[in-house]
Design a binder for this molecule. Structure first.
Ligand SMILES: Cc1ncc(COP(=O)(O)O)c(C=O)c1O
Length: 394
């Protein structure tokens, strides 16, 4: 089946956070919302059919994750990432973010330190801080338009005995890097040597662009697997965020039993029945849809890069190796963070995620969600062009 991602679907009045609630975050009615990370596309047809089947059945009682669901995920990870996992490594969580909150509370003590690599997905900071821990920044380095891990800094920070954990974003939101095996090996070795647990958020792992390969952190070696918790989900991959399901993969049985206690204490150990069936259908039958949507993202990213490159040299596009999120370096506009937010919202009419919310190194950048039809991206680019021209000719 060939999917039509050019179709513009009106999501207003559907309870969509992106479309119906952006008034909470942005002032103007006519703003194009390109912020929160979901797509304006329907999920794969087999997913829609699975949800319809559950809806028609009409009994929505308690569930439990089934072998059939786990089998679908196991086969997917083998097929897409060459990673072999076992069924008893699986733990359910309604989302990666709630899991991160439980993980910080369970595996660190108040007053401990957790390393983050900003600019990074901002709920990481909240998870650390609400767990009573302190964030230690290991900022990414932007060298010639490309982000790198600062390993010397990481080595120094990991040596602090109060540092218990790193939350790795792999692939990285918002900078779009797919970490290479060598980078992950180096990071994993530093963490092992210093008894730092690696919590690897791999929610964007399936959204690989332009031939990039994802290396699951825990797949690198047995000792890395035993020193890690991987947070993985079908929700970004197949646009199921509203269904709330994720897979927390913990190969180390000691760590796993603690996570189980955290889940049970929160009475959160069972999935929503729609999520369970939708996610299984996605993993079993979603490859074609995913391959098509990834090709579409590549073209959306290329359009942004070419258009801004030709017309608005003040804005530089960071190359995206994964995800439908474009990370734009707007420092050339010479605006401070409030001015940049006001400029994008009031002059360009775009609801973007402002870079400064992603922590150190994010100021002067914006994140633009390209999980939308091409015509919307074109309109957004026109708006940016018009706003920059009128701004520069003041
Ligand atoms: C890196 C990362 N982790 C987690 C999430 C959210 O996960 P969930 O909806 O499963 O809580 C997102 C959403 O954008 C994300 O980008």
């Amino acid at each position: 089946m060939k999917y039509d991602f050019d179709e513009v679907i009106d999501r207003r009045n559907t309870g969509s956070l992106k479309w119906d609630f952006y008034g909470r975050y942005f002032a103007e009615e006519e703003i194009i919302p390109m912020w929160v990370a979901d797509m304006d596309f329907r999920s794969p047809q087999p997913v829609i059919e699975a949800v319809e089947k559950v809806a028609r059945f009409g009994i929505y009682g308690y569930t439990e994750e089934t072998w059939s669901y786990h089998e679908a995920v196991i086969e997917w990870l083998k097929r897409r990432h060459n990673w072999t996992i076992k069924q008893d490594w699986f733990h359910y969580s309604p989302g990666v973010v709630p899991a991160l909150h439980w993980i910080v509370k369970r595996y660190a003590h108040p007053g401990d330190k957790v390393i983050l690599q900003p600019p990074v997905y901002y709920p990481f900071f909240e998870a650390v801080e609400t767990g009573g821990c302190h964030v230690v920044n290991n900022p990414l380095q932007l060298v010639d338009g490309w982000y790198k891990i600062d390993f010397n800094d990481l080595e120094e920070k990991a040596a602090d005995k109060r540092v218990k954990m790193i939350i790795l974003c792999s692939p990285h939101n918002p900078v779009g890097r797919v970490w290479g095996r060598d980078e992950l090996e180096r990071l994993g070795r530093i963490c092992l040597d210093n008894n730092v647990l690696v919590v690897s958020d791999e929610i964007h792992a399936d959204l690989l662009l332009n031939g990039h390969d994802h290396t699951p952190f825990a797949s690198i070696s047995e000792e890395f697997a035993r020193n890690s918790i991987t947070c993985y989900a079908p929700t970004k991959t197949f646009n199921l965020a509203g269904l709330q399901i994720s897979n927390i993969i913990i190969p180390n049985p000691v760590l796993a039993s603690e996570f189980k206690v955290a889940l049970e204490n929160n009475d959160m150990s069972r999935p929503n029945i729609f999520a369970l069936h939708a996610a299984e259908a996605a993993y079993r039958y979603g490859d074609r849809w995913l391959d098509q949507v990834l090709a579409y993202f590549e073209e959306n990213h290329a359009l942004v890069k070419d258009t801004l490159g030709k017309k608005i040299p003040e804005i530089k596009v960071i190359p995206a190796e994964a995800t439908y999120l474009a990370w734009l370096d707007c420092r050339g506009l010479g605006l401070d963070k409030e001015e940049l937010a006001a400029f994008m919202e009031q002059k360009a009419g775009l609801g973007l995620s402002q870079g400064y919310i992603f922590g150190e190194g994010g100021e002067g950048f914006v994140r633009m969600n390209l999980g939308c039809p091409r015509s919307v991206v074109e309109e957004a680019l026109k708006r940016i062009e018009g706003a920059v021209k009128s701004f520069c000719c003041r």
